[in-house]
Design a protein around this ligand. Structure first.
Ligand code: NAD
Length: 490
């Protein structure tokens, strides 16, 4: 069996610019899903750890928030060059703790760089509104930070998802507590180290590791003004309800079940490669992964092409592992249940073993045809490299199937008809639409966020939409001279 050489020290909290062990006695092993080996341990923090982090953030807030935004973003210009310098090492760590391939991990860190670039443009985006509203009287609007804010992350993008929030929230003048996924906490150590190297003042960014207990403490903490959450729908609902009932702002992104509608006129090669890549990238553990394909009309040739593409995806080579033994078992159970319910497994990724990595948690690419909309595999988030194909007679039926999902992150259509594409753009019930694009993630400066049970709260998590989330508007009316015109509000 392969052994990874990297064994990381205990993953500590990062508070007021220092790495400190958690005060809680609860700890957890961090396991690489590539081999099942322990690569670090992490403390599951408690209230005292959170209190210390919030105090550090509160102490840093007056100076940080008072700094002009053009100065604050200098940290992120420097941070971006550090990310570029460390790209390969950061990607290696992401791959080790999450299980994705090196190419996927590099792409993840490159996306963090793009998110950081966006934050560097904050001065241009923030230059405000000013108007002479009556003779000699001016009104102006400024975006002011909220104070101490929190960001809670999932396991599937240990580096990128924290960057959905860190650069923007901090550049806008907030101080942050990051709560990484306890399954992949090690990347946040490097994030903290590199922000410090870039010149971020101590206390502006803090990391508190942990699980349910610390998330609940964040939602309840009186000195945290806003909570951003990314994870499963079940927990997104819990966090959204709890944070908002404590009168905090909250945006909570949840799970997904993304539909790709494939029309009879779709370009065969482009469609087959895109569908296979979308369902299998990051081992299907992407909230933007194609997980249900709605095949419209006569599709046997297309399905066979997709199976050919899926067979080219080799676990341990261009397909990483899933996150845990439990995840592997859950995914394989979905496949078996669908098969027992009458679906046809065309490419079977169950019982996958990678030579040299026998203890790793791998599931091979899987294509299942003749799935019906009532099956669990058609309705629930599988979060593995599995494509469920549902057959539909026409576009109306395909859109009906998509619309019936509780989720609403992404929906795509593969077609050469502009009219059909336009119909899907208008009628799909999802926040992010792809036309001949299998993973329609909006690139910066466009914002990321789904609909329905894929997102709770008003704002998207990135792009310009996040500026509204991380700031509050201050409106000032100014009159200096006595000859200025008076009116009812003078
Ligand atoms: P998860 O919901 O299990 O965990 C997310 C976070 O919540 C973690 O930090 C975890 O510690 C915490 N948590 C777990 N159980 C909790 C509980 N009972 N109470 C309070 N907090 C709890 O999600 P995950 O398995 O880490 O990540 C995968 C999920 O995230 C998938 O559903 C995926 O679709 C979703 N996701 C969504 C998006 C999006 O943009 N919509 C992006 C990435 C991931």
């Amino acid at each position: 069996m392969a052994t990874l050489t990297t064994r990381y020290p205990e993953t500590k909290n990062y508070i007021a610019g220092k790495f400190v062990s958690g005060q809680s006695l609860r700890t957890m092993d961090v396991i690489t899903p590539l081999t099942g080996e322990v690569i670090s341990t992490v403390t599951l923090s408690g209230q005292a750890d959170l209190d210390a982090a919030v105090e550090a953030a509160k102490a840093a807030y007056p100076a940080w928030s008072a700094m002009p935004v053009k100065e604050r973003v200098q940290v992120f210009f420097r941070y971006k060059t550090l990310l570029e310098r460390e790209l390969t090492d950061l990607a290696r760590l992401v791959s080790e703790e999450n299980g994705k391939t090196m190419d996927e991990a590099r792409a993840e860190v490159e996306k963090s760089i793009e998110l950081t670039e966006f934050a560097c443009s904050m001065p241009q985006l923030l230059s405000g509104e000013l108007l002479e509203v009556s003779k000699g009287v001016e009104c102006r609007i400024e975006h002011k930070p909220l104070g101490v804010v929190a960001s809670i992350a999932p396991f599937n993008f240990p580096h990128m998802v924290p960057h959905w929030t860190i650069p923007n929230a901090l550049a806008l003048g907030n101080c942050m507590i990051l709560k990484p996924s306890e399954q992949v906490p090690v990347s946040s150590v490097r994030i903290a180290e590199m922000l410090k190297e870039a010149g971020l003042p101590d206390g502006v960014f803090n990391v508190v590791n942990g699980d349910r207990e610390i998330v609940e403490a964040i939602c309840d903490h009186p000195d945290i003004q806003a909570v951003s959450f990314v994870g499963s729908t079940k927990i997104a609902k819990v966090v959204y309800r709890r944070a908002t009932s404590n009168l905090k702002r909250c945006t909570a992104l949840g799970g997904a079940k993304n539909h790709l509608i494939v029309m009879p006129d779709a370009h065969p090669e482009m469609t087959a490669t895109n569908v296979a890549a979308s369902m299998s990238g990051c081992a299907g553990q992407r909230c933007m992964a194609a997980s249900a394909m709605v095949a419209v009309g006569q599709m046997d040739e297309m399905v066979s092409k997709i199976c050919d593409e899926a067979r080219k995806i080799v676990p341990g080579k261009n397909l990483g592992s899933v996150i845990s033994k439990a995840a592997k078992e859950r995914i394989e159970k979905y496949i078996t249940e669908a098969e027992n319910a009458g679906a046809k497994v065309l490419v079977d990724g169950r019982n996958c073993v990678v030579e040299g990595f026998e203890s790793g948690y791998y599931v091979g690419p899987t294509v299942i045809d003749y799935v019906t909309p009532d099956m669990a595999i058609a309705r629930e988030e599988v979060f593995g490299p599995v494509l469920a194909i549902i057959r539909a007679k026409n576009l109306d039926e395909a859109i009906h199937i998509e619309n019936n999902s509780n989720y609403g992150n992404a929906a795509s259509v593969f077609t050469q008809s502009g009219g059909v594409a336009r119909q899907v753009m208008e009628r799909a019930s999802a926040g992010m639409i792809g036309i001949n694009v299998g993973v329609p993630v909006p690139r910066e400066p466009f914002s990321f966020g789904g609909w329905n049970e894929s997102k709770f709260g008003v704002n998207d998590i990135t792009g310009k939409s996040s500026i509204e989330f991380w700031t509050q508007l201050k409106k000032t009316t100014v009159k200096w001279n006595p000859e200025s015109r008076t009116n009812w509000m003078s």
